[in-house]
Design a binder for this molecule. Structure first.
Ligand SMILES: NC(=O)c1ccc[n+]([C@@H]2O[C@H](COP(=O)([O-])OP(=O)(O)OC[C@H]3O[C@@H](n4cnc5c(N)ncnc54)[C@H](O)[C@@H]3O)[C@@H](O)[C@H]2O)c1
Ligand SMILES: O=C(O)[C@H](O)COP(=O)(O)O
Length: 531
């Protein structure tokens, strides 16, 4: 029996996660202090199959380089900007998050910060508790009837929008991906950024930090805002130019700012600190017991399902596969991998494209996962480290075009998969199916029908279809002491091109291949191996 998978929790997750892992039979180490100790994390990460994190753990290329066993990173929360996704993907590590578990809590924090700004609650609280009773110092603004401008109206932005509507605000939103129907449903007016900036009394940000959203509130855009605007950022540091915002606050154009997230975190110093109209919290957006319980339970379940059953949910670098789909996919993943491996082992020049056609029942499965497996199979003979997660990215990086076609069953088989690999010299196609019992089977090679199973040790021969070849071929193997286990033959036409696919017991010595190659009519000979 193989050893139980091992998971490291390197961030302050709810202990509920530990219990889930234990209940599922997974070994778990709860070391929340490691999120801040990258050297120690690098030292021990090589022992783990899974890593569960929040935002304190930075999963850098240096950490990933030491993570030899790592199969999955689970983010108990939404933002995965603390994980180097391309490097994780290239190393075949699934990265999953919990996209909804803390949305309500974070939206509530944005609303709480909006009220804190409108009524200067933190400053009034400090003054009152200092015994000052400054009743005339704090003059707030009403929320009702004000315009709330939302930048990024996804999960959290939408909840903020609903709350804003409930507070009798006029809600406008800038989000290129917000459909007019969804805006109507939410009671939100969809606007362009240049319209939102001068209209909003309160602006709240709810986009991820990307190259497009970085500094969305730049100096120039801050200058376009309405005088007296109040700005709330509960999404990510870097969406607002902090230094420019400080100048706008000092100059009085911006009336207040409430920030939960900062360019540098932990934010021990920041340009916004010390301004009387600034309210700050230390990245508390997701910090409620409800949200933390939600994300911890969810991430532990998702990681366990992947490590134990191969089910993939909420991965940011691989298509989802449910626990029900995983066993149905398994034999086709093996078929895709083996078809790819067949083509990959025969390929000697640069690959320009890989095309996969799915016919019949297999077309209804998660073909993206099958395609990824086929690509991994093609590339592995050349790049040993590639796996099903990293393969699509590796192919893209190498300029290999990947095409997927899905169609109804046309031939004799309920499910048929055909893989064509085009190189600088030729296109080679191979088809297969899965027989009862889950066994992958080859059905045709280069449009020639051949019926064979994949075996650990095989010899593939293409030759001219002439009398006497089979006898000479079998004798060559027999004389070299190579025992034939199964023998599959095919040809396109009498006297045309023929194929022999032979399963042998044990590895094939190179001199045997040479001897076969020297037989009359032989065009190509190759030893293949399928594990
Ligand atoms: N402060 C916290 O503790 C906390 C907690 C949870 C989430 N967050 C952060 O909140 C952010 C939003 O989370 P979500 O769950 O709503 O994500 P989401 O993916 O559901 O929504 C993001 C929205 O931003 C939109 N968007 C993308 N690029 C845009 C652009 N250039 N301009 C305008 N809109 C754009 C998208 O279309 C999408 O609708 C994430 O960055 C997340 O990490 C912070
Ligand atoms: O993206 C998120 O989910 C939030 O930023 C929460 O981060 P945290 O888990 O570190 O509180």
């Amino acid at each position: 029996m193989s050893a139980a998978p091992k998971v490291l929790i390197s961030d302050a997750l709810s202990p509920a996660a530990v219990q889930i892992f234990k209940d599922r039979g997974i070994d778990v180490d709860f070391r929340p202090e490691l999120g801040k100790d990258k050297d120690k994390l690098a030292e021990i990460i090589g022992d783990y199959d899974g890593l569960a994190i929040r935002s304190a753990t930075k999963v850098t290329p240096a950490i990933l380089a030491r993570a030899e066993r790592l199969r999955v990173i689970g983010r108990a929360g939404i933002g995965v900007d603390n994980v180097d996704i391309p490097v994780a993907t290239a190393r075949g590590v699934i990265v999953m998050n919990t996209p909804f578990g803390n949305s309500i809590t974070t939206a509530e924090h944005a609303i709480a910060l909006m009220f804190a700004l409108a009524r200067e609650i933190p400053a009034a609280d400090a003054s009152t508790q200092a015994g000052k009773w400054e009743k005339n110092r704090f003059m707030g603004v009403e929320i009702t009837g004000k315009t709330l401008g939302i930048i990024g109206c996804g999960n959290i932005g939408s909840i903020v929008a609903e709350r804003g509507v409930g507070l009798r605000m006029k809600v406008i939103a800038y989000d290129p991906f917000l459909s007019p129907e969804r805006a109507l449903d939410l009671g939100v007016e969809k606007v362009e950024l240049d319209e939102l900036l001068p209209r909003a009394d309160f602006i709240t940000l709810h986009t991820p930090l990307t190259d497009k959203t970085r500094n969305v509130l730049s100096e120039a855009n801050l200058a376009k805002t309405k005088a007296g605007v109040r700005i709330i950022n509960c999404a990510r540091g870097g969406l607002v130019d902090e230094a420019a915002l400080r100048r706008a606050l000092d100059g009085g154009h911006v009336a207040g700012a409430a920030f939960d997230v900062f360019v540098e975190e932990p934010a021990n110093a920041n340009p916004l600190f010390g301004h009387p109209n600034v309210v700050c919290t230390p990245h508390l957006g997701a910090a409620t017991s409800e949200a933390q319980e939600n994300v911890a339970l969810q991430v532990a379940e998702q990681m366990s399902e992947y490590l134990l059953r191969g089910a993939i949910q909420n991965a940011v670098n691989f298509p989802s596969i449910t626990a029900e789909e995983a066993p149905k996919l398994k034999p086709f993943i093996a078929l895709a991998e083996k078809l790819g491996s067949f083509a990959g082992q025969l390929t000697e020049t640069g690959i320009t494209s890989i095309a996969i056609t799915y016919e019949g029942t297999v077309a209804g499965l998660k073909t993206k996962a099958l395609t990824a497996s086929a690509i991994a199979g093609v590339l592995r003979p050349m790049l040993a480290d590639v796996n099903v997660v990293s393969a699509p990215a590796v192919a893209k990086e190498r300029g290999i075009v990947v095409e997927e076609t899905i169609r109804e069953a046309e031939g004799d088989y309920d499910a048929l998969m055909t893989l064509s690999v085009t190189t600088e010299r030729q296109t080679r196609a191979i088809s297969g199916t899965v027989f009862a019992g889950g066994k992958p089977r080859i059905l045709s090679i280069k449009d020639i029908n051949v019926d064979a199973e994949f075996a650990p040790s095989m010899i593939y021969v293409t030759n001219e279809d002439r009398p006497g070849f089979i006898g000479r071929f079998a004798s060559a193997l027999g004389e070299a002491g190579v025992n034939i286990a199964t023998f599959a033959l095919g040809r396109d036409a009498p006297g045309g091109s023929a194929i022999a696919l032979v399963e042998v017991d044990g590895p094939v010595p190179p001199q045997v291949l040479e001897a076969v190659k020297a037989l009359p009519g032989v065009k190509q000979v190759k030893a293949l191996s399928f594990t």
